[in-house]
Design a protein around this ligand. Structure first.
Ligand code: CA
Length: 234
């Protein structure tokens, strides 16, 4: 067995840090904390946590910049953005800059723990996965399920972890249509799906921008109106 998983909390409200830390430690996680964006970025780069809970409004550097810089440095640690309820735009922006998930404040500890667990489990499964080799998806797109790399006409495509997982999941069953709820459950590992299905749409859009020649007229990830998404058949 591996040692404890480490969660880094980057949040300037001490009362939130304290209660989240208490709950995480009770669940068996090791916890690191940072109270501003710069300290959070340094802690993320040096401490190599297994997951980051990242507030948006932080002193010195906002959460989005912390996440963006991590991704620019090629760090794929799962990031869950903590955002205030009314800031709908934040959710979308967070996903666009490479966060894996978001949770709105005020959140229930039960929901937060479920998200943390789901995101860490996903990463561990991916690291341990022993799926067979590279899969050519046709159209010049290659998905290597051993190295988790995607290339298009031989050129590497930089995907976030979630974008990769969504692509690999859909490509494993060409022609099969999955609803947003199916995808939330199977790719995002959520047992309960509320109104977060929009996350799927945002991730599909990001993915199309990266792998399609013309994202407005996709040839890989297609929409079945009123039903969901599917990977183009052979
Ligand atoms: Ca804050």
């Amino acid at each position: 067995m591996e040692g404890k998983k480490t969660v880094l909390i980057v949040e300037d409200e001490k009362s939130i840090v304290d209660i989240v830390r208490f709950n995480l430690e009770r669940e068996g996680y090791a916890v690191r904390t940072a109270y501003d964006g710069e300290a959070g970025l340094n802690a993320a780069l040096e401490g190599k946590p297994d997951l980051i809970l990242l507030d948006v409004m932080l002193p010195k550097m906002i959460g989005f910049d912390v996440c963006r810089i991590l991704r620019e440095k090629g760090d794929h640690v799962p990031v869950i953005i903590l955002t205030a309820r009314e800031e709908e735009a934040d959710k979308v922006l967070g996903l666009e800059i490479g966060a894996d998930d978001y949770i709105t404040k005020p959140f229930s500890m039960k929901e937060l723990m479920a998200r943390v667990k789901a995101n860490i489990r996903r990463t561990s499964m991916q690291q341990q996965a022993a799926e067979p080799a590279a899969e050519s998806a046709g159209g010049g797109l290659t998905i290597n399920t051993e190295s988790y790399q995607v290339s298009k006409r031989g050129k590497p495509v930089e995907l976030t972890q979630r974008e990769y997982e969504l692509l690999a999941f859909l490509a494993a069953s060409p022609g099969k249509v999955f609803s947003r709820i199916d995808l939330m459950e199977q790719v995002w590992n959520y047992e309960y799906v509320g109104d977060d299905v929009r996350t799927v749409d945002v991730t599909v859009r990001r993915l199309r921008e990266k792998i399609e020649d013309d994202p407005a007229n996709p040839t890989f990830i297609l929409t079945r109106r009123g039903v969901g998404y599917y990977f183009a058949g052979e």
